[in-house]
Ligand binder design. Structure first.
Ligand code: NAP
Length: 252
């Protein structure tokens, strides 16, 4: 169990990339962290080990946010380990292989929407049940990881992914208004081109470097630069910010 005054943050997809950077920064800022992962246990364990070595508190939590069973398992583990929840970062997300619309299958689209959209909405629902002051909670914070793709559309790469992130933007606005009186702030971050493993998973391992010239700042961003924005939004410094969608994209 964590000490009762230490706030608890659940980061979905916290084992690698942006999520891992958020976990490490949150722990350094006093949060106990639930590091969710889908299948890469060793990566999640490495994040936990790094947090513990620095004197922080963290636990690796397995669960697929694209399934109801997985989401139930994640929140049951958080309840059992920490007995409280103060923040959720809806970070887990997937892209498909680079494809035009006429190559996109129903199975691919279903999985993309399950993980990126349903996963974020259902995790938020579980978090609100625990954090809402209307339900006996202490309030809390939610940050949804969207993408500049929501604005730019990802033509010729993955319009389905971009559409899933458009849904996240809309969800952020609606949920922020719905739960403001529950004591919960809800915001989103739209990363631009960030140098993580997600591009290789979409069959474009050099995407971050290849697209750097199209970024006004002429470079990809780092996972840490996204984590810094997330940490600001969950901090008391952002106490009057809800329903905001922050572009962290080097001007793209
Ligand atoms: P990444 O390096 O591919 O890492 C993805 C993380 O999500 C991993 O920890 C992975 O866990 C986890 N994950 C994947 N599917 C999951 C599932 N079904 N259930 C639970 N966890 C799952 O990705 P990233 O680049 O850090 O991206 C993180 C978020 O930022 C995503 O929402 C992405 O859309 C968004 N984003 C990224 C960029 C970019 O350029 N990188 C730009 C805009 C937005 P395992 O280790 O177990 O696989």
């Amino acid at each position: 169990m964590t000490s009762s005054d230490q706030p608890v943050l659940l980061v979905t997809g916290g084992s690698r990339g942006i999520g891992a950077a958020v976990c490490l920064s949150a722990a350094a800022n006093g949060w106990a962290v639930a590091v969710n992962y889908a299948s890469n246990r060793s990566a999640a364990d490495a994040v936990v080990t790094q947090i513990e070595a620095a004197g922080g508190k963290a636990v690796a939590v397995e669960g697929d946010v694209g399934s109801e069973v997985g989401i139930s398992a994640i929140f049951a583990a958080v309840d059992q380990t920490f007995g409280r929840l103060d923040g959720l970062i809806n970070n887990a997300g997937i892209v498909g292989m680079k494809a035009r619309i006429d190559e996109i299958t129903a199975a691919r689209l279903q999985r993309m929407l399950e993980v990126n959209v349903s996963g974020s909405i259902l995790c938020a629902a579980e978090a609100v049940r625990r954090m809402s002051v209307r339900r006996g909670g202490k309030g809390g914070v939610i940050v949804n990881i969207s993408s500049m793709a929501a604005v730019l559309g990802s033509a010729g790469q993955y319009v389905d992914y971009a559409a899933s992130k458009g849904a996240i933007d809309t969800f952020t606005i609606g949920l922020s208004r719905e739960v403001a009186e529950d004591g919960i702030r809800v915001n989103a971050v739209r990363p631009g081109i960030i140098d993580t493993g997600i591009h290789a998973s979409g069959g474009l391992p050099d995407r971050a470097r290849d697209l750097a010239p199209s970024v006004p700042m002429k470079r990809p961003g780092t996972a840490q630069e996204i984590a810094d924005a997330v940490l600001y939004l969950i901090s008391p410094s952002a106490s009057y910010i809800t329903g905001a969608i922050l572009n962290v994209s080097g001007g793209r």
